[in-house]
Design a protein. Sequence first.
Length: 627
Amino acid sequence: MQSSRKGRRFFSSIHFKIALVFTLTLIVTLELVGAFFVRQLEQQSLSSFRDQIALPAYVDDSLTQQLASSSHSKVNQDVHTILTSTNNAAISEIQVFDTAGVLRGTNDVNNQDKIGQKTTDSNIKAAINGNKYRKNPIVTVNSTRYQLVVKPLVNTVDGESNVVGVVVVRASLESVYNNLTKISYIYFASLVFAVVLGIIMAIFISRSITRPIAEISARTAKIAQGDYSGGIVVRTNDEIGKLAQDVNVLAERIEETTNSMDFERRRLDSVLEHMTDGVIATDRRGNINIINIAALRMTGLSENQKANGRSILDILRIADQYSLRDLLDNRHELLLDFSTDEHPLMIRAYFSLIERASGFISGLVIVLHDVTEQQRTERERRQFVSNVSHELRTPLTSVKSYVDALQDGAVEDPEVAHNFLQVAQDETTRMIHMINDLLELSRMDSGTMKLEKEYINIAALFNYILDRFDMIIANDDKPEKYYTIKRMIPQLQIWVEIDTSKFTQVIDNIMNNAIKYSPDGGVITARLEDRDSEVVLSITDQGLGIPKSNMKQIFDRFFRVDKARSRAQGGTGLGLAISKEIIERFNGRVWVESTEGEGSTFSIALPYEPYNELDDDWDDGAWDEEE
């Protein structure tokens, strides 16, 4: 009987509970970590294996050329030669199918009789037809798992890409999964050892925790009986040690309690002083008795102006709208506008009652939170949604009207139907361009856009981009608009670290705008200036110019100076916004100077390091190699 009571007492003790919780936590943690580790290891192993069995690019190109060839007599033989020359021990079989799904070649000598047979694999057919397909499926054949890599062979002629076949690589995964199994066994053995060691540690830790708790329990029992003599020996500085100290403080004098309360008061004042949110406390009549520095700053009061004793209605400037009774009974929060002409400021005030246990209201606590940026963001978000809706509604309405007209009989007239379909195609293309621009802006906003920076001679790159526009006008016999590019670009060796593709996109956007809004026969001037630590590129047109009222908005998303003309020319209103985001990611800046009716100048400033400093950091051997 006594042993059973001791057993129940042990299992209900904190000693046992601490050890149990520690052990269970250890087991669950190790299981979760193990599951995640094995899963990540499996994914990385499969990814590495797929990279290992990937065919070289020249093999794909050779197979594509063979399948695209008009001569069918030697295709199978040439494909077989290419496949047998591929030396990769990890690959079990390589199969090549043409657009009809017919097997044209395989490197497996046991499957040569299948050449010429049509495949029944729906995944391969989907890849041939350009439909959605699984690129890396895993299949099981005779209890053996295989990794398949399905890759369409695309032939590009005159800018058009056509699928001419599919290559399928098959490789056994048994070695990969055998390694994973061995690792799992090792981890399981380590897990068992860690759990045993953890149980032993839990027993010792729980004993060290429960022993001072038993001493504290005995001491509090004496205090309850009126014995305040003696004290608990504090052995640790953790929470239990703090509890022992608190128990000892129970026998201290009342003066120490008063000192402790004073300390708490000073600490509260320090917290209020350093809070970024404003805090105001009032008495039951609404007069302020506590206000921190943040609240003084938000309400426009200086520290010299005494706020204590003033009505909260006057400080918050709501005396003409609400009474103190309204705040006590009905208001939990208010949005207050403290904006001035120079400084916008929106504050959300949260009200809370100070109540005693009896329900008597002794005052108010008001927390002021600056929501200026939040309000601005919400306003921009609503404006953005409105702009997107408006920009998409116009082409969609146009497409729908033409489609309705075609359904009503216009399709019977070939000329009218062609014109209607051309308009629908143009509007659809414009929507696709707009959505692509929005996706690029989204990647910029989320920080997922990758920049591949390199040091580039900015003058040479600028000339290269402009050369393309000269070639366009030179090779076009009947251009819609003639223009001339005047270059004022000195031959300087200025090396700037940028992403050439993104920079080319920026210059293309600005040049296209200059061409759109310049008169026929106009001159577009391109300049480059060296300003010590930064280089400035500018493009000047002779177009309509930008009104002063629109200068600050020119880089906003969807903003257009002449909306009707921009839509007619296919603009999305996102090009300059994208350009600004790109240049800022190069640590540069972009701005515009314009006179209405005389043209505009878009300028880009990019920082760079002097050439001699860069030369010291670069490998001299690289220069020798180029020479």
